[in-house]
Design a protein around this ligand. Structure first.
Ligand code: ADP
Ligand code: ZN
Length: 212
């Protein structure tokens, strides 16, 4: 999105599973905007008051300062008229108003860069990301590396037992998995059969079958 005439705004979305490099890519774009002397404001949701840091930090340790907000409406309130670039991380936690807020900011002439998970721990579209993807001028979908097999990973595998949509955590609670290794109901299966997951059972059955 480099060749835009006049002061037209637009929406860029960076999406993919956890560990795919969304925050890194967001930070890279925001740093470049700052180097170009553009006025940048950066937001992330306050999902847990214990983590009240004013910084976005990637899993690889890159960081950039940010403002904490609770809702998309708060982003709109906080953006200053002279701000040219608005960055938002963890957008899947900012609620259903975010697409309308992004539209408003873009219509005011601002470049809006939004990073967030496109699917949840069960592999379902994670609102409001699908609607943001539909209205964005530009979309970047990133993949992680499957920790099981090394293939490109599109899924965020939850490793702890919970049916809550939002469980805050990083490498301790989630890992990247490909389509083949993803086990959305892993946790429930572990509760049923503590030592063996369905995939392990399937692999065993397969191995037993191939020995015949
Ligand atoms: P996201 O915002 O998408 O969760 P980050 O930008 O915070 O991702 O982190 C990306 C970094 O995470 C990578 O550059 C790499 O250093 C690290 N990482 C850890 N596990 C993985 C994995 N399974 N696949 C790819 N990168 C990983
Ligand atoms: Zn895999």
């Amino acid at each position: 999105m480099d060749i835009v005439k006049g002061n037209m705004g637009w929406i860029e979305v960076i999406t993919g599973p956890m560990f795919s490099g969304k925050s890194e890519e967001l930070i890279r774009r925001l740093r470049r905007a700052e180097i170009a002397r553009q006025r940048v404001q950066i937001f992330k949701p306050q999902i847990d008051s214990r983590y009240a840091e004013n910084e976005i930090v990637s899993h690889s340790g890159l960081g950039i300062r940010s403002e904490l907000v609770r809702t998309a409406a708060e982003v709109l309130e906080r953006v200053e008229p002279r701000t040219e670039v608005v960055g938002i991380d963890e957008a899947q936690f900012l609620g259903d108003e975010l697409p309308a807020v992004a539209q408003k900011l873009a219509n005011l002439g601002k470049r809006v860069i939004i990073a967030g998970l496109d699917t949840d721990y069960l592999g379902r579209p994670f609102e409001p990301m699908p609607r943001l993807l539909a209205i964005a001028e530009e979309i970047t979908k990133l993949l992680a590396i499957c920790v099981r097999c090394g293939n490109p990973a599109v899924h965020t595998q939850r490793l702890v037992a919970s049916d809550e949509l939002i469980v805050v955590g990083a490498g301790d609670k989630y890992e990247a998995r490909c389509r083949r290794c993803f086990e959305p109901h892993l946790v429930r299966e572990q509760a049923d059969a503590p030592h063996e997951t369905q995939a392990q059972n399937q692999r065993k059955a397969h191995a037993a079958g191939s020995q015949k």
